[in-house]
Design a protein. Sequence first.
Length: 160
Amino acid sequence: MIYRLKKAIAINNLEKDDILLIIGSRQVGKTTLLKEIARQLSDKGEEVYEYTLEDPEFLAELNDHPENIFDYIHKPKSRIYLLIDEIQYLKNPSNFLKYIYDLYGKTIKLVVTGSSAFYIDKTFKDSLAGRKKIIELFTFCFSEFLYAKGEKKKIGPHSL
């Protein structure tokens, strides 16, 4: 994976209880970042479940009722990580996220991706106040571009 400055921000927010919502336009690396988070968590021995809502059967189950997630994961007694790609495909993504957070937020850490457009869309009712951390992923910044080109020494904390 090519180094992304936002990856560090995402990793630093994994221990917090809030929903980690990674948004951005198409092809900016949201899915890649989600997979990298899953890999790092798995490498640390954490229990990680990773799904995409591009799977029509999974999408239908979650649209039917948020509790249907437990057909795919167990109800945890200790912290697990639930990573869902393309959350905007749900009929009511904010309801799903709020439901899981409010009932299981201490044991299920939600990390989800979605398009920037869905966040301002009418289907996303912002009932998640105080429940979310938003990370907006953009195309490469100049420092990331330099790093990808092999100019690793030029990127650092002062390039933020």
